[in-house]
Write a protein of this length. Structure first.
Length: 268
């Protein structure tokens, strides 16, 4: 068995305890068990991504997913520590991270890409990479919160609460967290678009290249801005707001991960 596959499987195994933690049901709490399994879930992807890059940034599909998981879990851990009831998103967040890890492991032999070779100054490239990762991590958690709000709202309207809805935060808490994260994500995404244009200008002398990634990123920026504006002006909430948040996340995913899937896996 390939050493690379073994490390992928170990990183995936590290995510397993967190993905089954919600089995404890309504008895779940932000106790030491929660923090231990969350730390394990973060450490597996983080250590594997760091080891596989070996000091050289790689942008392939599989490694991109592992880095995304590590960043998303880092942000989720911060929210769980400092934001009331954010930890209760675990029943949705952990299985989603596990699903991403499974996809990354399935394609372990494809899409690890090559080292970064752009001619632009490394400072611009580093800023752009960090900003892109933080943006996607923030919007990932925001999308999970929006999905939780959607599930809670639907259960309330149908008057059919279940074990999952009892574990999740309230609709109000989910929507508040989602909007807050979208606000942060919009600011960071704006910085990312600006740093991307700066990097492009350093490389080619042009500010923009109208490829799929750029178009989808700008579309995400516009949609997130529209959501925030609508929430501020009209108080838009509920399932309609959740659908728009998930749409923005879908566009960002297509621009960030989807392009790598096509170029590094499907067209490889």
């Amino acid at each position: 068995m390939s050493q690379t596959l073994i490390f992928n499987l170990l990183a995936l195994a590290a995510l397993l305890p967190a993905s089954v933690l919600p089995i404890r049901g309504e008895k779940s709490s932000r106790d030491w068990v929660f923090w231990v399994v969350l730390a394990l879930a973060w450490a597996g992807p983080f250590l594997w991504a760091g080891y596989s890059m070996s000091g050289v940034w790689k942008s392939g599909f599989s490694i991109t997913l592992w880095v995304t998981i590590a960043v998303s879990l880092s942000l989720f851990a911060l929210l769980a520590a400092f934001v009331r009831d954010a930890w209760r998103l675990t029943p949705l967040m952990s299985p989603y991270m596990m699903a991403m890890g499974i996809v990354a492991t399935v394609f372990w032999h494809q899409g690890y890409g090559t080292g970064l070779t752009q001619s632009a100054p490394s400072g611009w490239i580093g800023v752009h990479i960090v900003v892109s990762l933080v943006t996607y991590g923030l919007v990932t958690v925001a999308a999970v919160a929006a999905l939780a709000a959607f599930i809670q709202d639907r259960a309330l309207k149908l008057k059919r609460p279940n074990s999952l809805t009892h574990m999740l935060p309230s609709v109000t808490d989910c929507e508040s967290l989602s909007v807050r994260l979208l606000g942060w994500g919009e600011v960071v995404l704006g910085v990312g678009l600006a740093s991307g244009m700066a990097t492009k200008f350093m490389e080619t002398g042009d500010l923009l290249s109208f490829d799929h990634k750029t178009v989808l990123s700008f579309a995400s920026f516009v949609i997130i801005g529209a959501i925030l504006l609508a929430h501020h002006k009209t108080g838009m909430r509920g399932r309609k707001a959740a659908r728009l948040v998930l749409l923005a996340y879908l566009l960002l995913t297509l621009g960030y991960v989807g392009v790598k899937l096509v170029t590094d896996v499907l067209m490889a």
